[in-house]
Design a protein. Sequence first.
Length: 336
Amino acid sequence: MSQTAGAPPAAPLYRRKRHPYGSRMDRPIRSLSALVAAFLVFCLGLASAAPAAGPSDPDPAPLRIVLTPDEPQTGDAVLVEVECRSGTSCPPDVRLSWSEQEIPLFPHPLRGPSFRAGLLAVPLSARPGEALLEASWTLSERRRGFRFPFRIRPGSFAEEALRVDPRHVRPSAKDLQRIRREREELERIYAAGAPGPLWEGGGFSVPVPGEVSGAFGTRRLFNGELVSRHNGVDFRAASGDPVAVAGSGVVRLGKELFYSGNAVIVDHGAGVFTSYSHLSRIEVTPGQRVARNEILGRVGATGRATGPHLHWGVKLNGVSVNPIVFLEATARLAGK
Ligand SMILES: [Zn+2]
């Protein structure tokens, strides 16, 4: 399903209209400290929003921001929809950030010129509680600002014990050098993505049809000694099964890595990358443009794997996020 950018303004835009002015004053306030904290957040919001509101504009919030999911948990991908409420289009230099994370904004595919969209990553290591999104833009040669408070919930993640080749738990000095080189190569790739979205039109879908056999964020104990977080999601699949590209983009890596085995990384633009690990065969090459559902390789058990499966990863702005939540959040951009 698709909609044109000039959709009628009367059409309902959001399922939830909980924060129409960027504040959370509609929340039940349960204690005095919550009341004081809420008052401070409210004052901050007003103070930062005030410069952009002229005498003819009674609305104190120049931006309307909606998050999906609206109360993300650690490890979630979050769709940020921005409506610029003064003027007919968003200022070209409107920027959005949270903590150290710059969130690339792009024209909203389903809305008019006064809308922008972007994707925010809440790291597994994020501190649960109140957080502030910061927006800024230039108006009459002055930098304006606006803050949007949101709440991060703690995620709950299982633990599991796995047995793998000891080489992947206690790497040799030579392997450690290789691991460091590969980490640097991946960092360079993730830092140099296309600025705008390349996935337009089709959105994203799962790369294989199988059920999830390993959830995102699980604390894993390898061979009883090495603890690590599962930074993707595992799908049950047989060796040789085709693996499809989750969304249109450009292949940035297709090679064997120490931990990931045969791996493919696809750049979808606007801070979004997907990765496909433990493949038995790679059928694309770096630089190649790929369309959603195109076959990029075959399921295997290469690298640190206990058997054939597909490990699928999603990176947003350099941070690993839950791929299943990413699919749900981006479905809204494809009108699903
Ligand atoms: Zn995995």
